[in-house]
Design a protein around this ligand. Structure first.
Ligand SMILES: [Zn+2]
Length: 859
């Protein structure tokens, strides 16, 4: 029986738009695509950016620029492309520049990823850790002087016309994917518009593309097929290699390897995200919601320009929302709304890219007021008075993860209840107009990284958690796709695109009524708020609202949780859904998990895609801490299930854990492992936090044996202490894996300092950035009784693990009556490590990790 209820957190929706080219994908159902959409722009009579964009995206080959080429190379740090022998045609000019070339002949691409995780990723997809691939064709796009640089290797060719006739259609088709990226560069050279409305410099600074270097090669090889190699100085991973794949009707964009050469030189720790060029300080949005599917909105953005020089800035917006106009300080500016690359994460999330092109270069330190007007079908209707906002992308223009203030005024028909992020400051004011309309205004209490709303025909229930109010909003029935017959196979058609779920489940009539259980859910969420607030600091908002969401998926927004219909079932209704115990427990866990996201994911979010696992793993582990406090046995059952899942094999015989380390983020979901991200970030992520917690707890317990009773109870356990520090330091901010690990390292007692250093680098390298689940055993254990104790010695072995894996292993003495005493933590350093410890008199044997605190294979 599969787990029916799943969680989809909003953060899957948001990533920096600039990384769109280097992101992996999950399948995008083609039926969800708006038909025949290409791109739309402002209809201003003078639209220089639209003209430029149109040229960049459809440029063809120039018959007068076809050459023979030999022994040429294009090198960008670790990425090497050799054009050994063949013919090359360069593209026609775009504003006096050559921006691309098509090559046919013998070529080779060479890429040697700098760290183990990226080499393993390359191995997973290609069968070799290093990419060394012959190719026959290459379409290369660039924004630099590559044309001039290749001149010495060019020789005249007299059949240019024939070559272009053969390849021009292909080249023109391949021109589009890089068009927006190149627009960012070349818009800088557009003539600046003189106007009185927008402040001007006396002397316009010359356009500069310093530090903006881009190259994309689409390579056709006989062995591996078509692949993309990128060098982009503006992307978090400057170098990446990716490949489109079709598996069982779904499109994927597998990222074979991605890294930043600069970071690679200083070690493989998580990337620090490059500062964005703009920051959106606040949103004021007027939005008219027309159930079941439509909305129209004017979004006013206050923007700080952090880095000057750009003429074009990208935003992300649902592909189902069409922009009518974009204004800067009340005056229309050009925009280009472009369909995201099919198969990329952006497209899968239902979003597109919008480029806003300014009439002059932006200046660092200036403040912009932008207004976006847009409308479209972005809501989905699940029936029974249930809507879902968010399945079709994000409903306001955004730049990814960054905190902003929101002030949103909604208008919607009477009979609907609307809930949104922020605090409701007014509802149906006297001047609300016609009687058939509702109005409400929601203002955030603190900057939040993402805003959401939901509406439905709900019944309300209220509970209290300290100062915070917890409200649930549930419909009297479940969505129309909810199972009705006794046994029925069905598809969860309301899941977001690309997330197919199907399951055979057994349900007896009558259908459940979530409204009847609304109070039970409110009380459960209030208990979770209480539990987390006692440990990780107060609930960050005045109210937590939970609204019933159709389908098996839940989402946590700041102060607002869309909770799956399934979470509103009574225990007996749940037991009819599952025959196995573990899925019943997991369903019960969803409310606590989503509530934990209020701290981890919403209040504190993540820096780059490599840090996103923190939110999932930590929220899930915190819900597990709560479960452990209520039922240690159920805690054990779920932890065992996560471990079993990681050791599961796919159809090709690959083990799920080998999808990669948690630090690959959404890249883990690939053609090889379609659910890789969920499985690794939940499963391995939860185990990693359990390892950290128990490691600190054991070491601390040994330390405290020497302390007095008063000190022992003076402070919370070190894991909770570290998370409280994280809360204090990073509230309202993103955190990276490196920063998180450093906070935990501060709590390290002497016995956990590997080679005497107060650092968790060894844990990062082997466990966070690794994939191993070792088999840990003791060998040659000798007990030598002394006068007052027993001297214990032996060897810890780690099998099924890389040779450099370091693990902190707790060793216990087993005393008469099977009583166990913790002897201490020992570093298993590599395949074999000897140890020497003192045990109490009466020790019969020594065992390693009997409590199963390490993600290791069961004995
Ligand atoms: Zn989650």
């Amino acid at each position: 029986m599969t787990q029916v209820m799943r969680e989809k957190s909003w953060f899957l929706l948001l990533l920096p738009v600039l990384v769109l080219a280097s992101l992996c994908s999950r399948g995008q159902e083609t039926s969800a695509e708006p038909a025949g959409k290409t791109f739309s722009t402002s209809t201003a009579p003078q639209a220089p950016a639209a003209l430029l964009y149109s040229q960049i995206r459809s440029v063809g080959l120039d018959a007068s620029r076809v050459f023979l080429i030999r022994d040429a190379s294009i090198d960008r740090d670790q990425l090497h492309i050799t054009l050994a022998d063949g013919t090359i045609a360069f593209t026609e000019d775009v504003n006096g520049r050559v921006t691309g070339a098509f090559f046919a002949g013998e070529g080779e691409i060479l890429l040697s990823p700098p760290d183990q995780a990226e080499r393993a990723s390359m191995m997973l997809f290609t069968g070799a850790a290093i990419l060394e691939e012959q190719f026959q064709t290459a379409y290369i796009r660039f924004n630099d002087d590559s044309f001039q640089d290749l001149q010495p290797q060019l020789r005249p060719f007299d059949q240019g016309k024939e070559f272009v006739a053969t390849w021009n259609a292909t080249a023109k088709n391949l021109a589009e994917p890089d068009a927006l990226r190149l627009l960012l560069t070349f818009s800088r050279f557009l003539p600046e518009e003189r106007s009185t409305s927008h402040p001007q410099d006396e002397l316009t600074a010359p356009a500069s593309t310093l530090g903006d270097r881009y190259m994309h090669a689409r390579i056709g090889s006989a062995k591996l097929g078509t692949m993309d190699a990128y060098f982009d100085s503006l992307a978090p991973d400057e170098i990446s290699v990716a490949q489109e794949k079709q598996v069982e009707g779904y499109g994927y964009y597998d990222v074979l390897a991605a890294f930043s050469p600069k970071i690679a030189r200083v070690g493989s720790f998580s990337l620090e995200k490059r500062p964005d060029e703009i920051a959106i300080e606040s949103y004021a949005i007027d939005i008219d919601v027309r159930p079941p599917t439509q909305l129209s909105a004017d979004a006013h953005l206050k923007v700080d320009v952090l880095q000057g020089g750009a003429r074009a800035v990208l935003f992300e917006l649902s592909r189902y929302l069409a922009i009518k106009k974009v204004e800067w300080a009340g005056r229309p500016v050009e925009f280009i709304q472009n369909q995201a690359l099919e198969g990329t994460q952006l497209a899968r999330r239902g979003n597109d890219v919008v480029a806003v092109v300014f009439p002059r270069a932006l200046r660092a330190g200036e403040k912009l007021e932008l207004t976006f007007s847009y409308a479209g079908d972005v809501l989905s209707d699940a029936g029974a008075g249930l809507l879902y906002v968010g399945a079709r992308g994000i409903w306001y223009p955004n730049r990814g993860m960054a905190a902003a203030d929101f002030d949103v005024r909604f208008q919607y028909p009477q009979g609907w209840i609307l809930l949104a992020t922020g605090r409701r400051v007014s509802e149906n004011p006297e001047d609300s107009g016609t009687a058939s309309e509702n109005k409400s205004r929601w203002v955030t209490e603190r900057p939040i990284p993402v805003a959401g709303f939901n509406l439905g025909k709900y019944t309300k229930a209220v509970s209290k958690a300290g100062e915070a109010t917890v409200e649930t909003y549930a419909a009297s029935s479940v969505e129309k796709s909810f199972p009705k017959a006794r046994t029925e196979t069905f598809d969860f058609t309301n899941t977001p695109p690309g997330r197919p779920h199907s399951s055979t489940i057994t349900v007896e009539e009558p259908p459940p009524s979530p409204a009847r259980n609304a109070k039970i859910v409110a009380d459960a969420a209030a208990r979770a708020v209480q539990f987390f607030a006692e440990r990780f600091g107060r609930f960050p908002y005045s109210t937590l609202q939970l609204t019933q969401m159709p389908g098996p998926i839940s989402q946590g927004w700041p102060g607002l949780i869309f909770l799956s219909s399934y979470a509103f079932l009574t225990p007996s209704e749940v037991s009819r859904l599952h025959v196995d115990k573990v899925n019943t427990i997991l369903d019960k866990q969803v409310t606590a998990h989503e509530t934990a996201h209020q701290w981890w994911g919403d209040l504190i979010f993540w820096r780059s895609y490599r840090d996103q696992w923190i939110s999932e793993g930590l929220a899930n582990y915190c819900s597990m801490m709560m479960l452990e406090s209520e039922s240690p046995a159920e805690f054990r059952v779920v932890m065992d299930k996560y471990r079993q899942d990681l050791l599961r094999t796919n159809k090709a015989g690959a083990v799920l854990k080998d999808a990669g380390p948690v630090t690959l983020g959404l890249r883990l979901s690939s053609s090889q492992f379609p659910d890789g991200y969920e499985a690794i970030s939940y499963g391995r992520g939860t185990w990693l936090f359990h390892m950290l917690r128990t490691m600190l707890r054991d070491a601390n317990a040994m330390l405290e044996e020497q302390r007095t009773q008063e000190i022992k109870h003076a402070s919370p356990e070190p894991f909770v202490r570290a998370l409280l520090k994280v809360r204090e330091r990073y509230a309202g901010k993103p955190i990276s894996t490196r920063e998180l690990i450093q906070v935990f390292a501060e709590e390290l007692p002497p016995s956990l300092r590997y080679e005497g250093r107060r650092s968790l680098d060894w844990f990062y390298e082997g466990w966070i950035n690794g994939t191993s689940i070792p088999r840990i055993e003791l060998q040659g254990v000798k007990l030598a009784p002394k006068e007052k104790s027993v001297a214990v010695s032996g060897t810890i072995t780690q099998k099924d693990a890389p040779r450099d894996l370091i693990t902190s292993v707790p060793l216990y003495a087993v005393l008469p009556g099977d009583r166990r005493v913790l002897l201490g933590r020992v570093f298993a350093d590599g395949p074999e490590a000897s140890f020497r410890l003192s045990a109490p008199l009466g020790t019969r044997r020594v065992v390693a990790d009997p409590e199963q605190t390490i993600l290791s294979r069961p004995h």
